[in-house]
Design a protein around this ligand. Structure first.
Ligand SMILES: NC(=O)c1ccc[n+]([C@@H]2O[C@H](COP(=O)([O-])OP(=O)(O)OC[C@H]3O[C@@H](n4cnc5c(N)ncnc54)[C@H](O)[C@@H]3O)[C@@H](O)[C@H]2O)c1
Length: 349
């Protein structure tokens, strides 16, 4: 392997371009090639002065490629991922790991079986705010978790729905947005063992849901509520409140994620920590303080971690099987809403 990690970016759409930008700003890696069949991709690669391929398999066959970042549509993740694994190339696979559980299992098993490192792009895990809250919860600062309450309520502009698949089952906020919340919950609060959910398409009237109310039971016995909508004009969604991509989204740092414990409470992304100083009780004064962090660009942090993974210096913070569990819990929400019964996430070994 050369000193710099040479990375091929497969799929140069919205998130692919973000990764290209981060590679350009990281001294430990270089952009080896761009692969994308769309007509805009060749001039984009030309402007960057990097080799361009319509077919990703040709890009992967280059001798100087050390790793790949896969940013193609969800239904292609299995084929593209298996091609990387066959070449023994470590990969950063964008989330979701795949579009169904069978594909997710096959990918995770193939990577593990071949000894190829796969990091999945649940980028919030690299956010220092998330790290601080995880440390605080695990360090017992709110006692035993009782209930988490998460709002994921946004208004997606009408033009977003001009693309037909976004109006069809699978293209709605459950599989696009809720999956981030599910991964965050699993990361911070532990496994989800049961799911109840109701979805609605009453506002937009598309075949896919525009809103959902979900109640989840965690392995610890704690509960979590997630309110989800892509047709609600609010600032209460991670993209608006966490400020991870201020070029793409407005930034309003109000709390959206609430974690209530027996000894205190935490909110994200503002990092408020509430607790009683003496005797506990709603008749007593409750005080708030802030957890301290150093702000970081999460996509840059994710790439730094990926470079360490490629070098063999770190294990992926979220690998294939872990990401498959996040997908399983998200698909359980779809199942619970469809059947109007509690659903159990499929077990991923
Ligand atoms: N982590 C995040 O926050 C985040 C954000 C957005 C998207 N994503 C994920 O990234 C992936 C891409 O999403 P997007 O919004 O960038 O989509 P997009 O439609 O903007 O870009 C996808 C690109 O892939 C290209 N493509 C399609 N088939 C290909 C193939 N076989 N080989 C190479 N290129 C191919 C398309 O031409 C397009 O340019 C999805 O899995 C999505 O869920 C993650």
């Amino acid at each position: 392997m050369t000193e710099r990690i040479n990375i091929a970016v497969i799929g140069a759409g919205v998130i692919g371009k973000r990764h290209v930008h981060e590679i350009a700003h990281n001294d430990a890696c270089s952009l080896a090639a761009i692969a994308d069949p769309s007509p805009e991709a060749a001039p984009y690669a030309d402007a960057l002065n990097v080799p361009y391929y319509r077919d990703y398999r040709e890009a992967l066959a280059r001798l100087d490629v050390d790793a790949a970042i896969v940013c193609t549509p969800n239904h292609t993740h299995l084929d593209v991922g298996l091609a990387c694994i066959a070449r023994k190339l470590p990969l950063l696979m964008e989330k979701p790991i795949a579009d169904d559980l069978d594909a997710a299992r096959r990918l995770a098993d193939a990577a593990a079986g071949a000894g190829v490192a796969m990091l999945v792009g649940h980028h919030r895990r690299h956010n220092p705010r998330v790290r601080a809250v995880k440390e605080a919860i695990e360090g017992g600062r709110i006692g035993k978790l009782v209930l988490a309450n998460i709002m994921c309520l946004m208004y997606k502009p009408d033009a977003y729905f001009e693309v037909p698949w976004r109006r069809q089952p699978g293209g709605g906020p459950v599989l696009i947005n809720l999956i981030h919340e599910i991964d965050l919950l699993r990361h911070l609060c532990g496994e989800i063992v049961s799911v109840q959910a109701v979805t609605s398409n009453a506002i937009r009237g598309h075949d896919v849901e525009d809103s959902a109310a979900c109640t989840l039971t965690l392995a610890s016995g704690a509960l979590a509520n997630v309110s989800l909508s892509d047709t609600a004009s609010t600032p209460w969604n991670w993209d608006t409140t966490a400020g991870e991509d201020r070029a793409l989204f407005d930034y309003r740092p109000v709390p959206t994620h609430f974690f209530a414990g027996t000894d205190g409470a935490l909110t994200l992304p503002d990092l408020a920590l509430w607790s009683y100083r003496g005797k506990k009780g709603r008749d007593q004064p409750i005080h708030d303080t802030r957890l301290c962090i150093v702000e970081e660009n999460v996509y840059a942090a994710q790439l730094r971690h990926f470079v360490d993974v490629v070098k063999g210096d770190a294990r992926p913070v979220i690998g294939g099987h872990d990401a498959a569990r996040t997908l399983a819990a998200t698909l359980a929400v779809v199942e619970a809403a469809r059947t109007s019964r509690p659903a159990t996430p499929s077990v991923i070994q």
